[in-house]
Design a protein around this ligand. Sequence first.
Ligand code: NZQ
Ligand code: ZN
Length: 402
Amino acid sequence: MNDFIFCSPTQFVFGHGANDKIGEMLAQREGFKRALLVYGQGSVVRTGTLDRVKKSLDAAGIEYVEFGGVRPNPEVNDVRKGIEAVRENDIDFILPVGGGSTIDCAKAIGFGALHNGDVWDFFSGKAAVERCMPIVAVLTIPAAGSEASSSCVISNDELGLKKGTNGDAFRPVMAFMDPEVTFTLPAYQTAAGVTDMIAHICERFFSGVGDVPVTDNMACDVIRALMDAAPQVLENPEDYDARAAIMWASTLAHNDVLGLGRSTNPASRAGGWESHALEHELSAFDPKITHGAALAVIMPAWMRYVWREDPSRFLLFGMNVFGIEPIDDTDEAVEDAVTVIIDELQGFFASMGMPTKLGDFGLKPENIDAFLKTLEANKGSVFGGFKKLTMDDARAIYESAF
Ligand code: NZQ
Ligand code: ZN
């Protein structure tokens, strides 16, 4: 097990009626008087979640200024407008109600508002995030794990880029998580969320570090719990316990606990994040592409390309998650087993209604040049950890995904 430094400072309020407790719990803290209430393109208005949050704030005398309209795959111009709203309204904390897009926009507003230059500086590498206004997340879609993660991902349409920045300073101080608010999620968003969580776990599991039993076993168990719960909610969207399992898994999948001991740098997250790097170019190219859905195509393609680098990791994954073993230890049997393991994983994504080919998103092989251009701008000419990937490797993976 490698050394690590880990801090997950988020206080979780999880379960029935969690969102009715927001006001009273914030009132117990110092300095949470006036919020920027950030939300997306209307789901929280339609479902009544926003009204319930406002009622709870009103009852506790906590003021708020609304900032709605954040799009999925949030854009830096929305962040800039949010920063203005913070500065004009004497805001002291940011309260996103939504999913990864809304929470990431809120995070970027929270650290951008304390910066003298432009907020894109934190994504272009000109500045590192050292401080952030407090973020209190109200989660409505389990997927990205932003409710407790140290990541923030923002698109810049003008530059054609989607970039992430990392820092413990913007991990939310509190996260309110009521599984009932996820009953309204469409099947596609539910499935894309589950896929994203499994990808977050796999990026860490396939990190190029040897076995770390505590972390590896927990990682595979969370994936198994997701695979049990997903068909249940797709069958019955109001299955509270299955929704709850998925919601908590979203946090565990990405708050770093399932990567501990698997990083070569104690202060950084485990894994090379190759599938995420390859995917972000797709949802940057077309913001209508859902991150998790694109991962359902990209991650199996990446796995098929790299597994020979360390077949033992794939065999451990296959044994723990699917109970699949090679019939003997010949190269042929190992290849057969790994192929079946990756087929099973991709088959699970497809069984939830996820796409299996990049063409399913309306993308064309001619678009690969554009993906590679922004990939290289984001990651340099060689990236990844499990296997170092050149731009030729990335091209081959994209091609195999059509
Ligand atoms: O915009 P509204 O109207 O709110 O609708 C949203 C949106 O269309 C809808 N929705 C949310 N809650 C709902 C609901 N619909 C019905 N009922 C509800 N309860 O769902 C749609 C997707 O929402 P979004 O926030 O975009 O989803 P997600 O949580 O998957 O976030 C995706 C973003 O997070 C980034 C992705 O790249 C993408 O930009 N990521 C962030 C990470 C992080 N900060 O740690 C890590 C991830 O790997 C990821 O890259
Ligand atoms: Zn993700």
